[in-house]
Every structure is written in C-alpha cells, then in structure tokens.
Design a protein around this ligand. Structure first.
Ligand SMILES: [Fe+2]
Ligand SMILES: [Fe+2]
Length: 317
C-alpha cells in the first residue's frame, strides 16, 4: 500500500513536530549533554540526529503515541552520551580495540544510564540508553536481555542505528547502498532485531525511507575540501586552507588570530568552479590545535544552493 501524498506529509510533519519538541522543550539540557559528547567524539554529532529521525520514522509506522515518540527521540538522541566517560585513548583509537578496551568501551551504556536517569524528565529515555546494545536473540549487552524483555524503544532504536551505521561512511569503509542495508536488516529479523520492528520498517514505502536517509546524509555530510579561503575579521584579514564543508558550516586552518565565538567573513570557491562564494560565519569550536569549525550565519540563497548542490552531487545511495 502506498500512502497518499498528504498522509506522507502529515507523518513527516509529525516527525518534525516530535523532533522540534526535543530541540525546543528541553533544548538546553539536551543540547548541553549532546554538546559535551560532541566535544569528545565528533563522529557522533550527525549520527545522533540521524538515528533520532530514523527511530521516529519507524515508530510512527508502529503507531506510537506522541508521548512515546518524545521519549524515544530523547533516548535515541542521547544513546551514546556515556561515551563522555570513555578515555580518549580508547574512544579515538584508530584501528581495532583490544578485548580489554572493548570491555571498557561497552561500559558507555551504564555510564549514560547513570548520568541520564538522574534527570527526571529523561528517566524513561535512560532505559533506552541502557538497552541500546541489546539484541533480540539475547546476544547483546550489558544484560543479555532477550525479546520483549528489551524495552520497545531500544528495539526500535536498534534498527535505526544499524541502518545509519550501514549507510554512513566510516574511516575504514564506504557507505553501503540503501538496498543492501534494508536487505541486511531483513536478514537479521529475530536475531539482532525484533520481527515486529523490522515489519514496521519494511512497511514504510521504500522511496520514503530511502529519501530520508539521503536527506539526512546530505544534511550531516562533511565533505573534505582543500581550497583557499580568505578570512576577514573586524581588524584582520588572512588567507587560510579549508578542511571540510557541510550545509551548515566550514572548517579551516588557523592557529591563532581568531577566537571562538568570533564572526568572520569568508570567501572561497568550490573547485573546479571558480566563482567566489561569500559567507559570514561564527567560529564554533577548535577541532584540532590548528583547525577551527565555523557555522554559517549569513549566506546568500544562491550561494547556499551552490553548496547544497555540491554536496548532493557527492552523496549518493
Ligand atoms: Fe552505543
Ligand atoms: Fe550509535
């Protein structure tokens, strides 16, 4: 059955509403928690947002109430928050972890649970955090829960999480095609995943699910970009090199001369095209000793369109 255009718009509207709710209602608490983790683990920034949206989309197909959607959204958004308690030597290690390191890494579920359950409005979400690595067949952690003993939100989350893992680029491999990811989820029915959740996932029209994965990937993509950028502050002007580009910002090299929170006028082009794009951006954080990440605050609609286009051409499924 293919839902009508309006039905789809309505359901998209509901996801948006639920998502805005987590963004707005408890905005500051959630964002402060999320930001704490982003500082430690830049990989998770886009991931948390994408799995939240996929979780909501699947839960909608299961007729979740809006209260349940809200709790699920919070749990999904904060699922890996416990990683703030994992040492950098493990969290940022390149290459495989030793068995001891794996054990330490796995404690992120309890650390997250202990942290979040103390915040009253997040208590139900804490249960999802604790159970987000359980598997339907009982082979997950930390408790090895099986079947319905796993909170439903965590069972929904598990499908969303692995959909995102498979359709995202990782340092060691490229993203897989959407079809391959969907087939893999179907194969894991009753093993990793709850059959009822997989059924709901497969019930979502292909074009709708594929469309949102593509949209999310574009929205959170950071594409490597090595080009010159002219940076102008109120009393300084210098030339720098960019590192990567997203729809919402750009990162560039600078050891000094710019402070966090400062606004800069940027001018750069997207090779091979040579026309100059201009944007005003606010320096959001220092990602490496010599690398700054800035968020666009003012950019003309045509220049924004050019950036969207540039990214869309390079992100496919
Ligand atoms: Fe996790
Ligand atoms: Fe995750």
């Amino acid at each position: 059955m293919i839902p009508s255009e309006t039905a789809l718009q309505e359901s998209t509207h509901d996801h948006e509403a639920a998502f805005r709710l987590i963004e707005l209602t408890y905005d500051e608490t959630l964002r402060a928690l999320g930001a704490a983790l982003d500082l430690r683990d830049t990989e998770t920034a886009g991931h948390s947002e994408r799995v939240t949206r996929y979780s909501l989309q699947i839960a909608r197909a299961m007729n979740y109430s809006s209260e349940e959607l809200t709790q699920l959204a919070r749990g999904a958004y904060l699922h890996d928050i416990g990683k703030i308690g994992i040492p950098d030597s493990i969290l940022r290690k390149e290459g495989p972890l030793s068995p001891e390191e794996v054990e330490i890494m796995q404690t992120h579920v309890q650390i997250g649970y202990e942290l979040v359950k103390q915040i009253a409005f997040l208590a139900p979400a804490a249960e999802i955090i604790l159970a987000h690595h359980e598997r339907y067949d009982g082979s997950g952690y930390p408790r090895g829960l099986r079947g319905d003993a796993i909170p439903l939100g965590a069972r929904v989350f598990a499908v969303a999480d692995s959909l995102d893992a498979m359709t995202s680029d990782r340092p060691y491999r490229r993203a897989r095609a959407f079809d391959a990811a969907r087939d893999e989820i179907e194969r894991e029915t009753g093993r990793q995943f709850d059959p009822a959740v997989v059924k709901a996932f497969l019930f979502i029209p292909d074009y709708a699910m594929r469309g949102s994965v593509l949209r999310e990937r574009r929205r959170s993509a950071r594409l490597p970009l090595r080009t010159l950028v002219n940076c102008r502050t109120r009393n300084d002007e210098f030339l720098s090199t960019t590192w990567d580009l997203s729809e919402t910002g750009i990162s560039f090299t600078s050891r000094h001369r710019v402070d966090i929170g400062q606004e800069v006028e940027l001018e750069f082009s997207l090779p091979p095209a040579s026309n100059r794009l201009r944007a005003r951006a606010k320096v959001a954080r220092r990602e490496l000793p010599d690398r700054l990440a800035a968020q666009f605050v003012a950019i003309s609609p045509p220049d924004r369109q050019t950036i969207r286009h540039y990214i869309a051409e390079r992100i496919r499924l």
